[in-house]
Design a protein around this ligand. Sequence first.
Ligand code: TYM
Length: 336
Amino acid sequence: MPETANEKKKVIFSAIQPSGTITLGNYLGALQNWVKLQDDYNCIYAVADLHTITVRQDPKAFRQNILDAYALFIACGIDPEKSPFFIQSHVHTHAELAWILNCYTQFGELSRMTQFKDKSQKHADNINAGLFTYPSLMAADILLYQTDLVPIGIDQKQHLELTRNVAERFNSIYGSTFKIPEAYIGQTGAKVMSLQDPTKKMSKSDENVNAWVAILDKPDVIMKKFKRAVTDSDAKVCVGEGKDGINNLIGIMSAVTGKTADEITLEFEGRGYGDFKTAVGEAVIEKVRPIQERFGQLIKNKDYLTEQYRKSAEFALKISQRTLDKVMKKIGYVAK
Ligand code: TYM
């Protein structure tokens, strides 16, 4: 685990919610980058299960979703021996710092968060305080590890900005306490759009199951969803204005294969959208096939998963406690 030998490497922290379905958007926007960054940075990753109860969860399904997400991220290539990878609720410093940061975050700032506005519209019967203060918990996650870079998709950028503002505010009151983190947004896959309404981001909470692809969807389901993807009447496979559906499919193809948009356009010159959609479906299926196989093995190996999340939580607690102690001392709390 990276502590002394790699001390000079920059610190990366990121997390994903275990909300049942891990989508292609999560994979291309975040996870794929988490995996790539492991060798060059001190990476710390988490399953953000404290965040998830801002929306009501069924206990049995929730427990399974947390374990599934943990196994799935390892199957995607996260190596907990290299990059401590823990379950957020196992490390109590997160909830503690979140409370403190709540007291340094303004009502107005939180009211401007687009995710809060979207989610409170979607869950109008449960606009709880946690949903509102959720960005303070995310800020705590990040700031506890003196993080330099946070790999995220574009939709989380506003939360990262808020994290920076809160950290700067705290530092200006008490002197340098938190590292000011920066977003790490990949060149491809940073905003994967819905396959049914490509003006909206691909989201697991979309009621139309054809709008998103899950990493664990079966190959025939993936293919069906791509074949049904909404396009336009232009019939040319190229990036262009008013071609949101095709732009999105080209973006997905590029993020999955590493080819540029120009290379893809050249490859599909003179060929119809039908061919292209099938090719994108095939490329995605090939990408997720080995992940699905590894997931199938890992999820059966409970002992391995338990050992990894316990070891990682111990490491995370040690590092994060240092920051929390520093924060509490600066505020004026009496030492234990
Ligand atoms: P979450 O769980 O909604 O999404 C996890 C990651 O996936 C990215 N993502 C996407 N990227 C591209 N296209 C999409 N359609 C798409 N949908 C999701 C998100 O940007 C994110 O990077 N609050 C966070 C989880 C979190 C976190 C943190 C992240 C909690 N604490 C600390 C970073 C640092 C969330 O709900 O992401």
